[in-house]
Design a binder for this molecule. Structure first.
Ligand SMILES: C[S@@+](CC[C@H](N)C(=O)[O-])C[C@H]1O[C@@H](n2cnc3c(N)ncnc32)[C@H](O)[C@@H]1O
Length: 289
């Protein structure tokens, strides 16, 4: 794990290497990265959410890359800036980069909470290919947005002929182009995490979550994938202004999984006991009432 100022950029064990499904080959590099990576900015934690040290195994060997260069991290808030992401995506030339986890390791959970027949919104798509994997698995209509225009241009070109996948530039803190209750599910992998790297993380995260809640149809779910455990994410996801119930899963290596844990009904101490695994990620499912 590298410490870059107050940013931490951690490589995780390559637990989810899968061959990507073939897709239109417009881009120069089409292989998934060797390992999923964690993540934006662990420095932001809710008050009283002191981090419990997480067990660390030996870091997997990796060739030096741009991400090893501290000069690229011009400020601790880089992950919250569209200019940072645009520069990064331009530099990478459209190569796919999957944060945290791919579809193969999330499918069993996500398919329970995101209905294939519904219109879904994927906020902060980046250069992920999870939406393409979902498309191959039968998802019919996924609107993918990001506030960094470069990745939207790249993915629009790449998937131009793919029915049911669309790409639009949008800031998920304000999406007036989408009506109330206009989506039957929302997917966020690492985007709330990125917003929480900014100086105005309280306001930004609340704006984003309220907007996601607004465009979500009652009975459907905002699904948030992050590396942060409940003590660090529930204070945001359980804001009193959000009319949804929250449950979560912990996903570890080799298919290990805990949950779902319904937060409202959980006995005292149960939620605090997470993380229970090494190198895990969390899937929070927030279902609108
Ligand atoms: C950590 S990356 C995750 C990318 C992708 N979801 C994945 O899992 O590989 C965060 C993404 O969120 C986008 N993002 C951050 N803040 C955003 C906002 N306010 N509106 C839309 N996209 C945002 C960034 O441009 C970036 O592409």
């Amino acid at each position: 794990m590298q410490q870059l100022g107050r940013l931490t950029h951690m490589r995780v064990a390559p637990h989810t290497r899968v061959a990507p499904a073939p897709e239109p080959a417009l881009l120069s590099r089409s292989a998934l990265p060797a390992a999923t990576r964690s993540p934006p900015c662990p420095r932001r934690r809710a008050a009283g959410s002191a981090a419990r040290p997480r067990p660390r195994g030996p870091a997997p060997a990796a060739a030096p890359s741009d991400y090893d260069n501290p000069a690229l991290y011009t400020s601790e808030d880089a992950f919250s800036l569209s200019s940072y992401w645009d520069a990064r995506y331009r530099r990478e030339g459209g190569a796919p980069f999957e944060w945290y986890r791919d579809w193969g390791s999330l499918e069993s959970i996500l398919s329970r909470h995101l209905d294939k027949s519904e219109r879904l919104l994927h906020v902060g798509v980046g250069t992920s290919r999870i939406q393409y994997q979902m498309h191959l698995d039968g998802y019919r209509d996924i609107v993918n947005v990001d506030y960094a225009p470069v990745c939207i241009q790249q993915l629009s070109a790449l998937h131009a002929g793919v029915p049911g996948l669309s790409y639009e530039v949008a800031d998920c803190r304000s999406m007036p182009q989408y009506g109330d209750a206009s989506f039957g599910g929302l997917l966020d992998k690492g985007t709330l995490d990125a917003l929480l790297c900014g100086e105005s993380e309280e306001a930004d995260s609340l704006a984003m979550l309220l907007e996601c809640q607004r465009v979500l149809a009652p009975g459907s779910s905002y699904v948030c994938i992050t590396w942060q455990p409940p003590r660090a994410r529930l204070p945001y996801l359980q804001h009193p202004g959000l009319g949804w119930g929250v449950e979560f899963y912990e996903v570890g290596q080799q298919g290990a999984r805990e949950g779902p844990v319904a937060v409202a009904g959980a006995a005292e101490g149960v939620v605090e006991a997470f993380p229970r695994m090494s190198y895990s990620h969390f899937v929070y499912v927030c279902t609108k009432r």
